[in-house]
Ligand binder design. Structure first.
Ligand code: FAD
Ligand code: NAP
Length: 545
């Protein structure tokens, strides 16, 4: 295992981003160290082991494209792979490309300080290691810092508590128990049907109902796997050029210009595909026009009413406070149907707020619910949480956390002005969580790799985004965001789930394909929007002056 104290590059995180970045840096011949807080590779898929955890982008699309051999030798078994299968894939990749020898596990990076004179970073870990490097990559994930609910008293509870984002490796059997589940986002929606199937009694505490559609999960047939394997190259190209990293036919019509019957039939066809973007991408204006959006939202609510027998309960489970798609939609396997069971109860904590966790359970303004175990499915300090938890100091000792005090600012979601040679994989202001993340991860890693190769080949020791380029990108991301309905929702995309977090739309909704073109253009223009040292892109007369 590499344990050098001076290397070319340090990468933080050994999820899909960090693994691929390590592989690409190796190809460049860089000496690289990766630090990972977990005891193994896989990131999201190492931590999120709750019952029912799966991808919700189809397995045949949610995988690396960089190695045709890997594509051919790996075979997904289900339409939506389980967490163990995806973790197995990450482990297979690490083994196949011999990655682990450069990864230091069980080690958290605590700080990173830029030395402007030497143009190098000093990285310090919680085990006391200090490593010096030229390039520093934060591959720390958009959804890797789990968020506890802001309810007093959790330490008093006499039974076990669990968070979906760091679930025990040995699993949990709730058979015969009374359980409380707080949170109804994707993690809650995936896990509740399974946990409620085991438990004697389940109480679900819902702050905001979500839009979910049936995943229609099933084993993949040999024929469909073979068909995708035979056409992977064309398919990957289509992914890269698409809006969400999932190729679907581009819509051409407004939802409001087609007759209701036809519209419902279109939504129904999307619904039956069990594909997150199918209904969303049915019409051009679903994400930009409230009335158009309402047609899709009402379609999903009609499905909830079909599934849930008690009309009052169906209404409680029906989202009305935000447009469809502006909080991350979910895929489920029997979520709404679970509430038809007599031993499953829904508590609307908008009406009767959570007051505290007691020795015996959960107390709302109306009741105390005595339970044997509590599950927090309360999500993440998304997008910025993992980055600002590291004390990153750029030029003149400026703290990244302080710089981002009013919300993240970056150039392309890849670089931050004043923090040279630092790259953030799927950083805020890039398409990241609004896409099939494998596509966005590979695009970022490939761009960073090309950039580092260019720096090395041209003798450039320092590359720093200019404040002007950063301002322009921040403005652009905001302007594009403002043409959509996303900023109208209280979502984790907006930072609204974390008390005190600035309200900023943290992702780029211009589309994966459009964004890729912009990044490629910046590179083609000699890394436009960056200062370089030495400035190899300056006009010759300026260089010699
Ligand atoms: P991560 O997988 O989050 O890895 C980051 C790693 O960095 C973590 O292992 C963490 O321990 C480590 N780390 C962070 N900070 C430090 C530090 N300071 N020091 C050391 N190590 C550190 N996306 C999709 O596109 N499709 C899906 O179906 C999908 N399903 C998901 C399901 C769940 C339950 C969750 C939570 C997310 C899902 N996502 C999905 C998003 C998912 O996070 C990405 O697809 C992808 O796995 C992210 O990979 P990553 O390497 O960028 O980050
Ligand atoms: P989430 O979407 O943020 O959901 C968290 C839930 O907890 C929400 O219902 C939230 O309510 C509630 N909550 C948070 N704090 C609370 C508090 N203090 N009191 C009461 N309720 C509280 O988190 P997640 O479900 O873990 O999912 C996060 C993201 O990870 C997803 O959006 C998705 O991108 C990814 N993911 C994907 C899958 C998949 O299917 N492949 C599965 C899991 C996760 P509010 O809505 O009111 O904030």
């Amino acid at each position: 295992m590499t344990n050098d104290r001076t290397v070319d590059a340090v990468i933080v995180g050994a999820g899909f981003s960090g693994l691929y970045q390590l592989h690409r840096f190796r190809e460049l011949g860089l000496t690289t160290r990766v630090f990972e807080a977990a005891s193994g590779v896989g990131g999201t898929w190492w931590w999120n082991r709750y019952p029912g955890a799966r991808c919700d982008v189809e397995s045949l699309a949610y995988s690396y494209s960089f190695s045709p051999e890997l594509e051919q030798e790996w075979t997904w078994s289900e339409k939506y792979a389980t967490q163990p299968e995806i973790l197995g894939y990450a482990q297979h990749v690490a083994e196949r490309f011999d990655l682990e020898r450069d990864i230091t596990f069980d080690t958290r990076v605590e700080s990173a300080v830029y030395d402007a004179e030497r143009r190098r970073w000093t990285i310090t870990t919680d085990t006391g290691e200090v490593v010096d490097c030229r390039w520093f990559v934060m591959a720390t994930g958009c959804l890797s810092v789990s968020k506890a609910p802001e309810i007093p008293g959790a330490e008093r509870f006499q039974g076990p508590t669990y968070h979906t984002g760091h679930w025990p490796h040995e699993g949990v059997d709730f058979t015969g128990q009374r359980i409380a589940v707080i949170g109804t986002g994707s993690s809650g929606i995936q896990s509740i049907p399974i946990m409620a199937g085991q438990a004697a009694d389940t109480v679900v505490f819902q702050r905001t109902p979500n839009f979910s559609m049936p995943a229609g999960n099933r084993p993949l047939t040999e024929e469909e796997v073979a068909a995708r394997k035979a056409t992977y190259r064309e398919y990957r190209k289509a992914q890269q050029l698409s809006t969400f990293g999932v190729p679907v036919p581009e819509p051409t019509q407004s939802a409001l210009e087609v007759p209701e019957e036809e519209r419902t039939a279109t939504y129904q066809a999307g619904w039956e595909q069990g594909n997150l973007v199918a209904v969303l991408a049915s019409y051009t204006d679903t994400l930009v026009d409230k009335d158009a959006n309402e047609t899709a939202a009402e379609f999903v609510r009609s499905k909830i009413r079909e599934k849930v027998r008690d009309p009052e309960l169906a209404e409680l489970l029906s989202p009305r406070s935000f447009p469809y798609g502006t909080k991350r939609p979910c895929l489920d396997s029997g979520y709404y149907e679970t509430f038809n069971k007599d031993n499953v109860h829904l508590v609307d904590i908008r009406r009767t707020p959570l007051v505290e966790i007691t020795e015996k359970g959960v107390r709302t303004s109306e009741n105390e619910y005595e339970v044997d175990a509590i599950v927090f499915a309360t999500g993440f300090d998304a997008m910025t949480g993992a980055i600002t938890r590291v004390d990153i100091r750029g030029k003149n000792g400026v703290s990244l956390k302080e710089k981002w005090g009013e919300g993240p600012r970056s150039y392309l979601g890849l670089s931050v002005a004043g923090f040279p040679n630092l790259f953030t994989i799927t950083g805020p202001s890039s398409p990241s969580v609004l896409s099939n993340m494998m596509v966005s991860i590979e695009q970022h890693v490939d761009w960073v790799t090309d950039c580092v190769r260019w720096m090395r080949d041209n003798g450039v020791e320092e590359l720093d985004a200019t404040p002007e380029a950063e301002d322009e990108w921040v403005r652009h991301v905001e302007e594009v965001g403002d043409t959509t309905l996303y900023p109208t929702a209280d979502s984790w995309y907006m930072g609204s789930n974390v008390p005190g977090k600035p309200r900023v739309f943290m992702a780029y909704i211009g589309g994966v394909g459009v964004y890729r073109e912009r990044c490629d253009d910046v590179a083609a223009k000699g890394y436009e929007g960056y200062t370089k040292y030495p400035d190899v892109t300056a006009a010759p007369e300026k260089q010699s002056a």
